[in-house]
Design a binder for this molecule. Structure first.
Ligand SMILES: NC(=O)c1ccc[n+]([C@@H]2O[C@H](COP(=O)([O-])OP(=O)(O)OC[C@H]3O[C@@H](n4cnc5c(N)ncnc54)[C@H](OP(=O)(O)O)[C@@H]3O)[C@@H](O)[C@H]2O)c1
Length: 306
């Protein structure tokens, strides 16, 4: 069937996924589940989102863009695992896959409890299989959990996606997805491919939202992963955000992470500092009311994502 709706749990997932148990309150069934809201009171650092192929992806991850290869990336990943993160987001272009892989392998948390995402850089679209193998070798792991097309490769969106589908069907990756893809790219994929992307990783925070794209993804069973959720630090001193943070005795960064989690987005704040890494995972002892969520939703200074 060349229809996205065919991508129901377990039909196209070559690897049984027993690692991230279903969260209480999430109904399992043969309907993609990502967009059934997790009851807010049940969110924990172990919460995962069930992707449209049945794989369960931890909701909170550490982003490692701009953390240099070597000691800084290695330490950041180890601190994150110590703090309870079970998901690391890297990319070929971040040039730190080796340190990420080493830190995960050396940590006492079993490898199969950690979700590792890496990404195909568009210049590698025509040599996707080699790029994938090279990332896997640098990471030093057998199966990559999520492989993303980092940006839409000009004129090659559909052929690239067909190659991604092959990797997935061969069982080399637990889930496949895209990043920075807009509705037109996703429609092109939808019309000519057999597997719907499991994830679209996009620039997303209350300050930078494209609700049309979010709605499109949610309607088509594509999980939303929020990158730059802390606005790369640019808006952490916004008075409106500070006031909300103060009223809840938490930090502005924690508010932004919590906003993403309460929207059922996957969220990958970056930090290279142990204190920030720990604080960014300490977002389960408070919740945002509907009023505060609506207030934050209305911040959007830009309507675009890409
Ligand atoms: N797919 C894509 O095209 C794409 C693009 C961009 C990013 N990403 C992914 O998304 C991840 C996160 O996005 P990002 O790196 O752009 O930025 P971000 O997570 O929005 O912000 C990171 C910045 O916030 C600071 N920070 C972190 N925690 C803090 C805290 N508790 N209090 C104050 N400041 C804090 C960090 O500084 P310190 O390090 O000093 O803590 C850093 O300067 C990336 O690492 C990457 O994995 C993907």
């Amino acid at each position: 069937m060349r229809r996205f709706e065919s991508c129901l749990p377990n039909q196209l997932c070559p690897l049984p996924d027993r690692r991230f148990p279903p969260q209480p309150g999430i109904v399992e069934g043969n309907v993609p589940t990502p967009f059934r809201r997790t009851p807010i009171s049940m969110l924990t650092i172990s919460s995962s989102l069930t992707l449209n192929n049945g794989a369960r992806m931890p909701r909170l991850g550490l982003g490692v863009w701009q953390i240099p290869e070597g000691e800084p990336a290695y330490r950041a990943v180890q601190w994150a695992l110590d703090a309870g993160y079970r998901h690391i987001d890297t990319a070929r272009i971040y040039r730190n896959e080796r340190s990420v892989g080493a830190a995960v392998r050396d940590h006492s948390v079993p490898r199969d409890e950690v979700w590792i995402t890496t990404k195909l850089f568009p210049v590698d679209a025509l040599r996707l299989e080699q790029a994938f193998k090279a990332s896997r070798a640098r990471l030093g792991i057998d199966v990559i959990d999520l492989y993303l097309v980092h940006f839409p490769p000009p004129l090659l969106v559909v052929p690239t996606w067909k190659r991604m589908e092959r990797l997935f069907k061969e069982g080399k990756v637990r889930a496949i997805g895209v990043s920075n893809h807009g509705i037109s790219h996703l429609e092109a994929i939808r019309k000519s491919c057999s597997i719907i992307p499991q994830v679209n990783q996009i620039h997303l925070s209350p300050y930078h939202c494209n609700w049309d794209l979010i709605t499109y993804c949610q309607d088509h069973g594509i999980a939303i992963e929020a990158y730059s959720p802390l606005t790369r630090g640019r808006h952490l001193d916004d008075g409106r955000l500070l006031a909300i943070a103060e009223s809840l005795s938490v930090s502005p960064a924690q508010i932004l992470i919590r906003w993403a989690l309460q929207h059922d987005f996957i969220v990958i704040p970056k930090s290279s500092q142990e204190a920030h890494i720990r604080a960014n995972a300490d977002v389960y002892g408070f919740s945002l009311s509907d009023d505060v969520m609506h207030e934050l939703d209305a911040y959007g200074t830009t309507r675009r994502t890409l």
